[in-house]
Design a protein around this ligand. Structure first.
Ligand code: ATP
Length: 278
């Protein structure tokens, strides 16, 4: 377990309430299949683990959690915002066997594992294709999957997870879309370490199933959580609408099935973002 310098003194200087450090040993007890490390602050836990697994694939799954990120990332260079101690922020590095092509729906698999774990903890979670965790129509969290290969061609998937515990006004303003936090639900948001452990366990189970059998066994689990089923949606590619239609669900490869005026369209997640029209 590693710890970088404590930054609570800076919180006091900035007039922010100090946040208690994450207890790595409690996360490790809740997620025994991972090697666990915690830091007070880092740029991005995904970036940290990507650097490491490019050097060498880890022998066991790794979990790195931070109280705060200074450069949290979403897809395509978008920012991930979190106030001090206001979110669960962690990344998993999971050695994979399948080739890159088979990994296309890994984000959806991770979303299923994370959403099921949060539902078991009491949150009324659903999923927005391809990578958002929702409460109602609001975004509670996100999943960012990045694949890395080491010098011996061994693949490791790095899975970044951000889940809001509570949202201050400044963070809500930065996010720029409706967002939700666990402290609005029945989930005991104070039990950060236990929640990180259960989400990590859920993601690992789903990911290993995906690595062995592909997305087919996870497809019904995704459908049970899919928030936009039968809704009219737009698909945006880097902000521009590229398709509109009724979201039917996902296929056995995790691709979105969209009923459009021109017929059925099958859409891979790639650069696409989904927006509900009504
Ligand atoms: P979208 O969520 O806009 O459909 P996306 O799923 O591709 O697109 P991501 O790249 O996963 O989005 O996440 C980045 C976006 O998430 C940001 O542009 C911002 O709108 C939103 N966001 C950033 N921080 C948070 C947060 N703490 N809670 C909820 N949403 C956030």
């Amino acid at each position: 377990m590693s710890c970088i310098a404590d930054s609570n003194s800076r919180d006091v200087a900035l007039n922010r309430p100090p946040v208690s450090p994450l207890r790595g040993e409690s996360i490790a007890a809740a997620a025994p299949r991972f090697d666990v490390e915690t830091v007070q602050e880092t740029g991005s836990t995904n970036s940290d683990l990507l650097l490491r697994v490019r050097q060498a694939q880890p022998a066991r799954p790794l979990l790195r959690a931070a109280l705060r990120q200074t450069a949290g990332r979403g897809r395509h260079g978008r920012r991930w915002f979190a106030g001090a101690g206001g979110a669960l922020l962690f990344s998993l590095a999971v050695p994979m066997k399948a080739d890159g092509g088979r990994l296309a729906a890994a984000t959806l698999a991770c979303g299923v594992g994370a959403a099921e774990a949060l539902r078991a903890a009491g949150a009324p979670l659903s999923l927005k294709w391809p990578n958002d965790l929702l409460i109602g129509e609001r975004k509670l969290g996100g999943v960012l999957c990045e694949l890395a290969t080491d010098g011996d061609d061994r693949r490791t998937l790095v899975v970044g997870i951000g889940v809001n515990l509570h949202l201050d006004a400044a963070t809500r303003d930065s996010i720029g879309q409706p967002a939700a936090a666990l402290d609005e639900t029945a989930v005991p948001a104070a039990q950060r370490e236990g929640l990180i452990g259960s989400i990590a366990n859920g993601v690992l189970e789903a990911l290993q199933l995906y690595d062995e059998q592909g997305f087919v066994p996870l497809q019904p689990r995704f459908m049970a959580l899919f928030a936009q089923r039968d809704r009219l949606v737009d698909l945006l590619e880097l902000g521009t609408r590229v398709a509109s239609g009724r979201a039917l669900g996902v296929d056995g490869e995790g691709r979105l099935l969209l009923e459009t005026a021109q017929g059925l369209r099958v859409c891979s997640s790639g650069e696409l973002s989904l927006r509900v029209v009504r």
